[in-house]
Design a protein around this ligand. Structure first.
Ligand SMILES: [Mn+2]
Length: 313
């Protein structure tokens, strides 16, 4: 059996599109939302099976990777996230590079000597590496704005609270694009796919723009989004947009969920600190200094959160 295991975002999907153009396989697809990064626990293998893994961290999947290799299956692995302790095994062919400008679509592009370059460029845009996208495009006459739109829309599709929130299951999105020699051929042959995503994107942002402002001062703003698929798809990107537009303000986006909120926190871009310290004051909080979150803030903690937000920034 063959298994293609890939992150359900633009980078994961477009890495697989490139690989399978050069090495077609009728593999079982294993993928999920962008945040579903422990995918190897879904793969049961036997000796002789072939597993391809794209754009999920080796560290987060280390135990299952060892189990799969010990079963006698061979694994080819491409990724740019922190890999943890290096795993060495005769059946493992790993292409890991954590350099700051590299995404998995670039690693696959290098492996294939640029055979499907336009797909790699769309992947770079989708993973938010526009400078690398432009570098890969040098000397080629490519419609970069179309490749950018494709990458960004595929990335948008990966966000949601559950797979049911997504416009397309990432495996279906892969199947839509698989086999097209270039993104341009895909776009002109199936314009409805991009159209569904761009329509959804603009509707979700318009929806989020209408959201309730719970708190607003010069230092920051807190918004509340209702319990809806649109909110879960767009909350992170909406928070990023508010942060970009108001670089000196902190932001928190609260999305209503059973008896409380999912919270996404963005420190002011001009300082990029304090988000993790705020989140860690709550039981289910965590994250990085510039961007952090709380998985569930009970409604009874809301006032405490507003006070802590004010003193944190
Ligand atoms: Mn990636």
């Amino acid at each position: 059996m063959d298994y293609d295991v890939f992150n359900g975002d633009a980078d994961g999907i477009l890495s697989l599109v490139q690989l399978r153009l050069s090495d077609p396989r009728d593999a079982t697809l294993v993928t999920g939302r962008k945040r579903d990064i422990t995918l190897l626990d879904r793969v049961e293998t036997n000796a002789g099976d072939r597993v391809t893994v794209l754009d999920i961290s080796m560290r987060s999947n280390a135990d299952d990777l060892s189990r799969i290799l010990d079963s006698g299956a061979s694994v080819q692995y491409f990724d740019h996230h922190n890999a943890g302790d290096e795993i060495k095994h005769p059946l493992l062919d790993a292409h890991i590079n954590t350099a700051s400008e590299i995404c998995t679509a670039v690693l696959v592009d290098r492996y294939l000597d640029g055979a499907h370059r336009a797909w790699a460029i769309a992947g770079c845009y989708g993973d938010n590496f526009p400078a690398m996208a432009e570098r890969l495009a040098q000397g080629r006459d490519l419609p970069l704005s179309n490749l950018r739109e494709l990458g960004e829309m595929l990335n948008y599709n990966g966000y949601g609270g559950t797979e049911a929130d997504l416009h397309f299951h990432p495996a279906d999105l892969y199947r839509e694009m698989a086999g097209f020699p270039t993104p341009m051929a895909f776009i002109s042959s199936k314009p409805d796919v991009i159209e569904t995503l761009t329509d959804g994107y603009f509707e979700d942002f318009a929806f989020a723009d209408q959201s309730k402002v719970l708190f607003s001062k010069a230092m920051g703003e807190i918004r509340v989004l209702p319990d809806a698929a649109a909110s879960r798809r767009v909350s992170g990107m909406f928070g990023n947009q508010l942060a970009q537009e108001n670089p000196d303000r902190a932001h928190a986006i609260l999305t209503e969920q059973n008896g409380g909120f999912l919270v996404s926190i963005r420190a002011p871009i001009s300082r990029r600190s304090g988000a993790d310290t705020l989140a860690l004051q709550f039981e289910t909080g965590g994250g990085r200094s510039a961007a952090a979150g709380i998985n569930h803030l009970p409604e009874s903690d809301l006032n405490h959160f507003i006070e802590a937000f004010q003193s944190a920034f």
